[in-house]
Design a protein around this ligand. Structure first.
Ligand code: BGC
Length: 449
């Protein structure tokens, strides 16, 4: 088994959480509603009719959770800011109680020797902005940049690490194309508009932070999948390339100044109908790092539907894959292949695994959760990181999704990803076996000193 030192002295170990999934306190201290409050208000929208309630109550238990992260030996605490807690209507009047809350969180991180990484947007758009068209209204660029400016000015004396957005493909694809997530909108036009404005927001958001805080470390967190054609027939290989363009290249390449990946999908050129003069330049920004988040493998095949993509996925349940609670194909070896893929872009300066995790059913028996499978999962993922580093790939951090079990969006409370178990009735925390493994793995070096 490898040792912490082998990853390098500057390698950052972290945990990640998000505002909506952890905080609860949806109406506390002046917070406005977000699209996810609206969505979860209808229990039918959530699997098993789960009600979010206080989620994992981070709003009140942040000290306990941050202390736990420290106890596990982490260096980084990544969390997101709820836009509607800072600006209840998305713009206009600032809610000082919201700013104060995040100051308390940041101070607590710093007091525990944890470096805060702030995600500025993790899917919870203020409902008031959705009422004005949300991500499909080009005015979102001004709304978002104002919000970024407020946060950078409010927290920039203590925070240097910023992730402008989390997984744009997830919130635009699931929320504005498939209608599966909030705000339940569907269709290619909604998606392409939302996508283009999102790209502009990421690049211009990065530029805004840089202008206010030149020394900042600025990145984005992008979802990705390892994609394999079902067999080597050219039509399936081309289908896999198109899926790859959508899942792994679509948001990255415009940010790097390469435009949308229409080389393998000429139909994507229709996104240009939402361009204004100068957009090509405004879409790019020189990020300090790119965060990648890899949860599952996709086996792709050619198909007549859906149009434009002409490809689909062979469901993991049908091909007897190694499934997690969400029926996704868990395949750690894909991580090395993805790191190799991303390292082939000379524009990327560094890569971070900004989320990595797996959900399996957990059982709390006599105050113990023996989640060996989760521990092994992380060990296998870390082996891929080491392999990549040995091949000269610049990967500089591994942030676990997630610290404590939390609310898994549409899937409710059933999928558990945490290193720490939460009893959602009592909010009691119990460090799982996987958490204990991280603790001994990360603190060994310190104890030798
Ligand atoms: C998201 C998290 C989510 C996790 C597990 C990522 O896509 O950033 O919010 O909980 O995956 O599904």
């Amino acid at each position: 088994m490898f040792k912490r030192e082998q990853f390098g002295d500057n390698f950052k170990w972290g945990v990640t959480i998000s505002a909506f999934q952890n905080e609860g306190a949806a109406k506390a201290d002046g917070k406005g509603p977000s699209i996810w409050d609206t969505f979860t208000d209808k229990p039918d929208n959530i699997n098993n009719g789960d009600i979010i309630g206080e989620a994992s109550d981070f709003y009140n238990r942040y000290e306990e959770d941050i202390t736990l992260a420290r106890q596990l030996g982490m260096d980084v605490f990544r969390f997101s800011i709820s836009w509607a807690r800072i600006l209840p209507y998305g713009r206009g009047k600032i809610n000082q109680a919201g700013i104060d809350f995040y100051h308390r969180v940041i101070d607590c991180c710093l007091n525990n020797n944890l470096t805060p990484y702030i995600t500025l947007y993790h899917w919870d758009l203020p409902q008031a902005l959705e009422d004005k068209g949300g991500w499909t209204n080009r005015e979102i660029i001004d709304w978002f940049i104002d919000y970024v400016e407020i946060c950078t000015k409010a927290f920039g004396d203590k925070v240097y690490n910023w992730i402008v957005m989390n997984e744009p493909m997830s919130f635009t694809g699931l929320g504005y194309f498939m209608g599966y997530h909030a705000p339940s909108r569907k269709g290619i036009n909604h998606f392409l508009k939302a996508a283009h404005y999102t790209v502009l927001c990421m690049a211009q958001g990065g530029a805004k932070i840089r202008s206010l805080q030149p020394q900042a470390n600025i990145g984005v967190a992008l979802s990705c999948s390892y994609i394999k054609p079902v067999n080597q027939l050219p039509k399936h290989r081309r289908a896999a390339k198109r899926i790859e363009a959508m899942l792994n290249r679509f948001y990255l390449e415009p940010l790097l100044g390469l435009g949308y990946p229409s080389d393998v999908m000429p139909a994507l050129k229709i996104i240009k109908s939402f361009f204004k003069n100068g957009d090509e330049q405004l879409m790019a920004f020189d990020f300090d790092f790119i965060g990648i988040q890899y949860y599952f493998r996709v086996v792709a095949r050619h198909s007549l539907t859906p149009p434009v993509l002409f490809a689909n996925e062979i469901p993991p349940t049908v091909r007897k894959a190694n499934l997690n609670t969400m029926n996704l194909d868990v395949y750690p070896k894909g991580l090395y292949k993805l790191l190799k893929f991303y390292s082939s872009y000379p524009q990327i300066k560094k890569l971070i695994i900004s989320e990595s995790g797996v959900c399996y059913p957990d059982f709390l028996v006599k105050d113990h959760v023996y989640d060996v499978r989760r521990m092994k999962y992380h060990q296998k993922m870390l082996k891929q990181v080491r392999k990549a580093q040995d091949k000269g790939i610049h990967v500089t951090g591994y942030f676990v999704w997630t610290l404590v079990d939390n609310f898994e969006w549409k899937e409710g409370f059933e999928p558990r990803f945490g290193l720490v178990h939460v009893d959602f009735e009592t909010q009691e925390r119990t460090i799982k076996y996987s958490g204990q493994w991280f603790q001994s793995f990360l603190t060994k070096k310190a104890s030798k000193k």
